[in-house]
Design a protein around this ligand. Structure first.
Ligand code: NAD
Length: 486
């Protein structure tokens, strides 16, 4: 008997169990060389008292098999446990989220032609989930972007393009506004892109990039972007291509990989037996390529295309009166139709032939060494202040200058309100005081204890400081941005 690869399977929440059953039936019928370990994660585990929503046995299984086929999981909005999807991706180091989107016109109705792959950074950005309430009115989410994180995902995108014969890689960011975080992502894209002269490159600001993606997707081939943008644009792309229910995704790390649908647990249709299992099936097909079963992956993909071509459609893609939608079917009837067609090829759409896993060779890549000289230049002190008179605040806080640290600006939600603020500017109770060094070259630099002494003076003067951010130069380049209007 052929070698079977152990994989971990989670049925998930909402429509998860229905679509997972359909997909596993197809995998079994196609004789996929897998051995399943079923784990329970998500809502039920949380409700039974494990606050993270995932227990130790589940982690054991994942660390043993290193391959995870996962149905969608409900994430409570606002409160409750953190997103298990995000936790799993980060805990297992699954840094690359690969989401191919292909239109299936005319069999699945769409207004555009699309054949692209979104490579989304999977571990950082606002999805680090580091959030704090700092005043009665103001909450904060920290956007963390790291050089190694950017290098890993950008290189992955270029290597993926090379391995799969893609011609162009586009970077989406918002570096006109977020000059340091998105600026770093774009900069690393330019640096690493130089190593791939044979691949065409471009950069789009995320807003117009998303608009073009929806309207002229033929402009794009591989798109590499940050976590939040990637999450949003892959739903847009999938929906424009026909339905969010169609697309699968691979979450790739150096040691583990997780495969899933891009959509969520769809509580609005859960239990009705009408969900499209195609997204999870496409995730499972990517898994089969990953575990080096490309023939089975091709067999299932071609049977799936044939099913769609034959007009057998779940409710999300069924179009009443269309010659291409022949029969509206349930989740399980769709799976039966795919199973009946195993071994058949599509007659009109192009046949798919997978080769063995081409990603394995480039998942572990060396990172650049960057070791700049870091110089402390000052500090931004944030205070919770209920007054609204920025000039009075500026006058009082300037009295606290000392040790070469001088108050140069006060801002509120990023906008300068002192000196010379505008009376029209709306202010909350969250103020930033920028104290910069007046120390000149050749003199002793600012020392951390000067900042501690400044905080003591601020506190003694009766102000409520809530956090600080140090201002540094790296190799003589400012590691902080100006206030708006500064
Ligand atoms: P969703 O993707 O679950 O649903 C959006 C819309 O698309 C709904 O109208 C739904 O009925 C439809 N839809 C989704 N999948 C479908 C399918 N296979 N067939 C037919 N129609 C389908 O998004 P949501 O409603 O915003 O999120 C629901 C829950 O899923 C939330 O708790 C969210 O946090 C979670 N979620 C999980 C994942 C994941 O597990 N990877 C991803 C996204 C959202």
């Amino acid at each position: 008997m052929a070698h079977k690869t152990p994989i971990t399977v989670a049925y998930g929440d909402g429509i998860g169990p229905e679509i997972m059953e359909a997909v596993l039936r197809i995998l079994d019928a196609a004789e996929a060389p897998i051995e399943k370990e079923i784990i329970e994660i998500g809502e039920k585990v949380y409700l039974s008292g494990t606050s993270s929503g995932i227990g130790p046995e589940a982690w054991d299984s994942l660390r043993r098999t290193r391959v995870f086929l996962k149905a969608p999981i409900t994430t409570p909005q606002g409160g409750g446990y953190k997103s298990l999807n995000v936790t799993t991706r980060k805990a297992l180091g699954l840094y690359a989220n690969v989401r191919p989107v292909r239109t299936l016109e005319p069999y699945v109705a769409t207004k555009v032609h699309m054949d692209l792959v979104i490579v989304r950074e999977n571990e950082e950005d606002l999805y680090a989930g580091i959030e704090h309430q700092q005043t009665a009115d103001v909450v904060q989410c920290l956007k963390l972007i790291s050089r190694p994180g950017c290098e890993k995902i950008v290189r992955y995108a270029f290597e993926y393009a090379k391995a799969y014969g893609r011609k162009k890689v586009s970077c989406f960011s918002k570096d006109n506004i977020m000059k340091l975080t998105d600026g770093l992502f774009h900069k690393v894209f330019n640096e690493i892109g130089e190593e791939y002269p044979e691949i065409e490159k471009d950069h789009r600001i995320i807003d117009i990039g998303s608009a073009l993606l929806a309207e002229q997707p033929e402009k794009f081939d591989v798109i590499v972007t940050e976590n939040l943008y990637g999450d949003i644009i892959s739903d847009i792309a999938a929906q424009v291509a026909g339905s969010v229910g169609l697309c699968g995704s691979a979450n790739i790390g150096e040691q583990c990989a997780m495969f899933e649908a891009i959509h969520g647990s769809a509580p609005d249709i859960a239990g009705k037996g009408i969900a499209n299992p195609s997204g999870l099936l496409n995730g499972a097909i990517m898994m089969l390529v990953h575990i080096n079963a490309p023939e089975v992956a091709s067999k299932i993909h071609n049977a799936w295309l044939r099913t769609l071509e034959d007009g057998i459609h779940t409710a999300d893609i069924y179009k009443e009166g269309s010659e291409h939608s022949v029969r509206k079917v349930s989740t399980q009837a769709f799976a039966d139709a795919v199973i009946e067609r195993l071994g058949q090829l599509p007659e009109k759409m192009a046949t798919v032939t997978y080769n063995s896993n081409r990603e394995a060779t480039f998942r572990s890549v060396p990172l650049s060494t960057y070791n700049p000289v870091k110089t402390l230049m000052g500090v931004d002190v944030f205070i919770d202040y209920k007054g609204r008179d920025a000039n009075k605040l500026g006058a009082e806080l300037s009295k606290l200058n000392g040790d070469g640290l001088v108050l140069t600006m006060i801002s509120n939600r990023g906008v300068k309100v002192w000196p010379e603020g505008l009376p029209e500017t709306f202010m909350t109770n969250h103020f930033r005081l920028r104290y910069k060094s007046e120390i000149h070259p050749g003199e002793d630099p600012i020392r951390p204890e000067y900042i501690i002494r400044l905080l003591q003076r601020i506190m003694d003067a009766g102000f409520d400081f809530i956090k600080i951010e140090n201002l540094y130069m790296f190799d003589g380049v400012k590691g902080y941005t100006a206030g708006q209007g500064e």
